[in-house]
Design a protein around this ligand. Structure first.
Ligand code: F0G
Length: 475
């Protein structure tokens, strides 16, 4: 199969010849069990085709990975209840502590919060996997009832939301500070399996930071397209520091997204936006990890911020798969929260999804400043199948919620706070009941954006180094 992965100068990163030789029979065998299904017209394609990788159906629709997960024989036991073998397999792997001083790749894979679930993610040969490892992020109990008195700071979040049993899943604790690492480890692994030497994405900042890190680890050329002036400082710094070629375009994210699709097709660079269905497969692990942390008890609601809608699609798919495999006994309802100035999904939802809306996006939460989301149809399916809801919150509501999360000592970037703002609104409306069991996802780390919504004046107090001066300040 000829994958044209352009661009590497001789001697730079991994060479073409080296990579071609990686299209090993093990790769072909692994991917032979994987298909791609169009979410619009249901056309089916093999995961491996001659020529360039496929990201869209011939009809223009986005694609969804299909495969039939097989429980390894050692865990298959017909006498156990359905789902028990899977739970046992994942629980055993989660209990595996890595011994960092010894090169034990499989142990490291078991430790990854993505590859621990590898039968449900991607059948990749171990040697192809590019992993930091990622995942293993905290699930903080913050509800009025499930947060102990000794953590009264965290409990403020539950009080603000008005929820008794409430958990915050902090994906900002991933290696590059956002949930993007979960999809990126799979995307870059796929790039390596296909022998690509260059990878690219358009980004509001977090995907690019993650791509830059994983491309550097894999010795690939990383190229990122960013909307000029609309990427938070911490994210831009990451892309530059990890060594990605950082191209700022005079346009917004939607323009950058359109451009990168053309660039990747023309130059044969592997595309790593969530348009790439293998990214979505990795992000499913957020859902599996939440379930495992809750001892495989599904919550009533799963709430998350929504921009390009990859995450809604991915976590929704994870819960559906977990249900189909009897890992859990019911599906949670999904609530995707958009910023008021960037809410095309919300607008469509309000019209019963009769039309697909797009907007000229504007919000302080730059991560979700997206007017024409790529994964619209995938996410719509999740909302419809889960009897879910889409809500919209103002920038003021986002910043107020961010202040609560920050002051609780947890912290997040602005887009993440849309989750809490949305929950508060839905609880006030009576859509989410106070006693329902809710998991809210925070998507990015506080340090990503050190300006928006952070009281800058608090850092301005300078005093003489004397005890008198301190007394005056603190009295
Ligand atoms: N939260 C954060 C912190 C994000 O970076 C993003 C998306 C989202 C939420 C929305 O997730 O697109 O799956 O609905 N950031 C992308 C990027 C667009 O380029 O980093 P989504």
């Amino acid at each position: 199969m000829a994958i044209n992965s352009t661009g590497l100068q001789p001697g730079q990163g991994a060479g073409e010849e080296n990579n071609r030789s990686q299209l090993a029979p093990t790769v072909a065998a692994a991917l032979s069990a994987v298909s791609l299904r169009c979410v619009e017209c249901s056309a089916l394609y093999p995961a491996l085709e001659a020529g360039q990788p496929r990201y869209r159906c011939d009809c223009g629709g986005v694609l969804d990975v299909e495969m039939s997960p097989r429980l390894p024989a050692a865990w298959a036991d017909d006498t156990l209840p359905a789902g028990a073998g899977w739970r046992q397999l994942f629980d055993e792997r989660a209990a595996t502590s890595p011994i960092w001083s010894i090169a034990m790749d499989r142990v490291l894979l078991d430790y990854s919060g993505v590859w621990r679930y590898r039968e449900l993610i991607l059948p990749a040969p171990d040697a192809s996997i590019v992993s930091r490892p990622e995942g293993n992020t905290s699930l903080y109990p913050v509800g009025i009832e499930n947060c102990s008195a000794s953590r009264s700071g965290h409990r403020q979040i539950g009080l603000y939301a008005g929820l008794e049993r409430f958990y915050i899943k902090h994906e900002g604790e991933n290696p590059t500070g956002s949930f993007k690492d979960r999809g990126m480890t799979v995307g870059v692994t796929m790039a390596r399996m296909l022998g690509s030497t260059a990878v690219a994405c358009a980004s509001t900042g977090n995907t690019s930071a993650s791509l830059a890190s994983y491309a550097a680890q894999a010795g690939m050329r990383g190229i990122v397209f960013l909307p000029a002036g609309n990427v938070a400082g911490g994210k831009l710094a990451q892309s530059l520091a990890y060594g990605a070629e950082t191209i700022q375009i005079a346009g917004d994210f939607d323009d950058a997204m359109h451009l990168v699709e053309q660039v990747c097709e023309e130059l044969g660079i592997y595309l790593l936006n969530s348009l790439n269905p293998f990214r979505i497969e990795g992000q499913k692990a957020i859902g599996f990890e939440i379930l495992q942390q809750l001892d495989w008890q599904a919550p009533d609601w799963l709430v998350l911020p929504a921009g390009n809608l990859g995450n809604t699609s991915a976590i929704g798919k994870a819960f559906r798969q977990a249900y189909e495999l009897s890992l859990i006994s019911h599906m949670p309802r999904f609530a995707s929260i958009q910023a008021e100035g960037a809410n095309p999904f919300y607008r469509s939802f309000k019209r019963g999804f009769a039309t697909r809306e797009s907007v000229q996006a504007e919000t302080v939460a730059t991560a979700i400043k997206i007017g024409n989301p790529v994964s619209f149809t995938r996410a719509r399916r999740v909302i419809e199948e889960s009897d879910g809801i889409v809500e919209s919150v103002s920038d003021d509501e986002i910043l107020a919620a961010k202040a609560v999360i920050d002051r609780a000592g947890i912290g997040c970037e602005p887009a993440s706070a849309a989750t809490l703002a949305g929950i508060r609104k839905l609880v006030a409306q009576g859509v989410i009941r106070r006693d329902e069991h809710v998991v809210g996802v925070l998507t990015g780390n506080l340090l990503k954006d050190s300006k928006t919504g952070i009281p800058q004046e608090a850092s301005g107090v300078v005093i003489q180094p004397t005890i008198e001066a301190v007394r005056r300040i603190l009295s």
